[in-house]
Design a protein around this ligand. Structure first.
Ligand code: FE2
Ligand code: FE2
Length: 480
């Protein structure tokens, strides 16, 4: 009788050492313009680790890349100390790395990070970096050392997770410009690993940093290179070989999507939200080899170690730090103190530009702020199709409140407005009307953004409700 095996999975921890910044405008602006909580990344990671250590039943932990934020040496050192804390408590830790984990001072690897910096009160100064070629040895104890097989060229490896289940940690080490995913040699190695596992009677799970299925249509078509390179080949391989689950990260979006080929063969891509997103979560996975089932769930933080979040949940507290949350929090200022609105959203909105066009921007933003959902319903010409109750709700609900609600779900998934809601009807209708206008007036800039065969209405659907597998937080996958 084979026993079940459980593990925790964290991704995109984007760890930033406190030695790499001091309070001041440079780093505050850097953080505001991002969508993750950089300053509190150590506290967030420590809180997740506390939670893992409190769980006696799970002794395996995976990290799937973008472990640190800026490829600097000191953040890696502190990150690795966290891994040591886990292993000292008896946990087995398996790590892969991704593009945020290294720098390329001479432009090698076409890495987008040339160097790392320390943020001072007034600017930045260079600090020592991690090179891509040093990562394998640096994290050797966390995966390669325990592996059944290692593909040295990519840094990928396979471990025996437990009875009847193996895990292939693919290090796709690419930024997609000219290399991403595995090269031919790596694909052959992966294929052989999958077949070896099957021959041994084991299930095999895959994990790789870059997504294999895009969370949204627009994402796939706009930035194809953000996906795991050669993803179409991987779809084929997984379907042909019956590999049912791949765990991914990178998009920072909590998303579970299923791909089914023409012959009905399928797999799921379980993409996990960045641990340092405001609504960051880790996955908890249990594989029961006897039943041939993989149970996947998600756990967020209920507190952040050492941080007083007042009346707010950690999620509410962190949401106000970055981009969308900052705009939402500052929005009421539009009607009372426009200048403060601009300074509060500095680093998020182009404050200088907006200030320069104040005469136009101020009334424009105020106009939008006052609109109700009924405005979108009328624009979309669906007003007449609404029931009296829906009309009442549309008249009472602020358009921006609905927009902010949608924004809050962009990264955590499980968008809140399925087709039977008035929000869906109004906004989907408005998007469809815009589609007609874009076509009629041949607005090329917008036309270029829309993937072939798609539409604004279709793109909007991804953000209105879960049109994926129904729940981005959990799924039970039949491995047989
Ligand atoms: Fe990331
Ligand atoms: Fe990434």
């Amino acid at each position: 009788m084979k026993q079940p095996t459980s593990f925790w999975l964290l991704t995109d921890t984007h760890y930033v050492s406190k030695q790499t910044w001091v309070e001041g405008k440079p780093f505050t602006m850097r953080e505001r313009g991002d969508q993750i909580a950089l300053k509190l990344s150590p506290e967030i990671l420590d809180s997740f680790i506390d939670r893992i250590l409190a769980d006696d039943g799970t002794d395996i932990v995976l990290f799937t890349g973008d472990n640190v934020n800026s490829g600097d040496r000191v953040s890696h050192e502190e990150f690795r100390q966290r891994l040591e804390r886990l292993t000292a408590a008896g946990k087995k830790v398996y790590v892969t790395t991704a593009t945020h984990d290294y720098c390329s001072p001479n432009g090698e690897d076409e890495c987008f990070q040339r160097g790392a910096v320390r943020y001072t009160e007034t600017g930045t100064e260079p600090i020592p970096v991690m090179l891509r070629r040093d990562l394998f040895d640096y994290y050797y104890d966390y995966g390669p050392k325990q592996a059944l097989s290692v593909h040295r060229e990519s840094g990928s490896y396979v471990v025996q997770l437990g009875e009847g289940v193996r895990l292939c940690m693919i290090d796709d080490n690419g930024n997609g410009r000219s290399h991403c995913g595995l090269f031919e040699d790596g694909v052959q190695w992966l294929t052989a690993q999958i077949r070896d596992a099957k021959a041994a009677g084991d299930f095999i799970l895959l994990a790789v940093h870059h997504p294999v299925i895009a969370p949204w249509e627009i994402f796939r078509h706009m930035v194809d290179y953000e996906l795991y390179g050669g993803y179409r080949d991987l779809w084929k391989l997984m379907c042909e070989e019956g590999v049912r689950v791949v765990f991914t990260g990178h998009t920072h979006v909590q998303s579970i999507r299923k791909y089914t080929d023409e012959q009905g063969r399928w797999f799921v891509d379980v993409a996990t939200i960045a641990a340092v997103n405001a609504a960051g979560k880790m996955r908890h996975v249990t594989v029961d080899p006897e039943a041939g089932v993989c149970e996947i769930g998600s756990v967020g933080l209920t507190a952040i170690r050492g941080v007083d979040t007042g009346d707010l949940t950690p999620q509410e507290y962190l949401y106000g730090i970055n981009f969308a949350g900052r705009v939402e929090k500052s929005f009421p200022l539009l009607n009372t103190d426009f200048d403060r609105f601009l300074s509060e959203t500095d680093g998020v909105l182009p404050a200088e530009k907006l200030r320069g066009h104040k005469a136009l921007v101020k009334p424009g933003l105020r106009f939008i702020a006052k609109r109700k959902l009924s405005f979108a319903a009328k624009l979309g010409k669906v007003w007449k199709t609404l029931t009296p109750e829906e009309k009442k709700r549309a008249k009472e609900t602020g358009l921006m409140d609905t927009a902010f609600e949608i924004c809050r779900h962009i990264y955590p998934g499980n968008a809140p407005f399925p087709p039977d809601t008035v929000e869906y009807k109004a906004l989907h209708g408005a998007a469809a009307r815009l589609d007609r206008l874009v076509q009629r007036f041949k607005i090329e800039k917008v036309q270029k953004m829309i993937p072939p065969g798609s539409s604004l209405a279709e793109i909007a659907e991804d953000f209105l409700y879960n049109n994926r597998t129904g729940d981005d937080d959990s799924i039970t996958v039949d491995l047989k």
